[in-house]
Design a protein. Structure first.
Length: 72
């Protein structure tokens, strides 16, 4: 559900972000191009009720983007 919401978001959508969930903790990892995108990804993930978000995203000048085969 989080991965789908991130992919649908107009700011985060094109970036490859890994999402894992364990015991009500959602962990985001990967690389995006700005701190604003890091904050936005966390906000989108936090919209789920009763989860805590661990944000391990990093900022890089050339962040990997989704390809057509990885889009949902």
């Amino acid at each position: 559900m989080v991965k789908t919401r991130l992919a649908a978001d107009h700011v985060i959508g094109p970036f490859l972000i890994e999402v894992s969930t364990s015991e009500c903790v959602v962990t985001l990892s990967g690389c995006v191009e700005s701190r604003d995108q890091v904050r936005r990804a966390k906000e989108v993930a936090k919209r789920l009720v009763h989860v805590r978000v661990k944000n391990d995203l990093t900022v890089g000048s050339i962040a990997p983007r989704r390809t057509k085969s990885t889009r949902r």
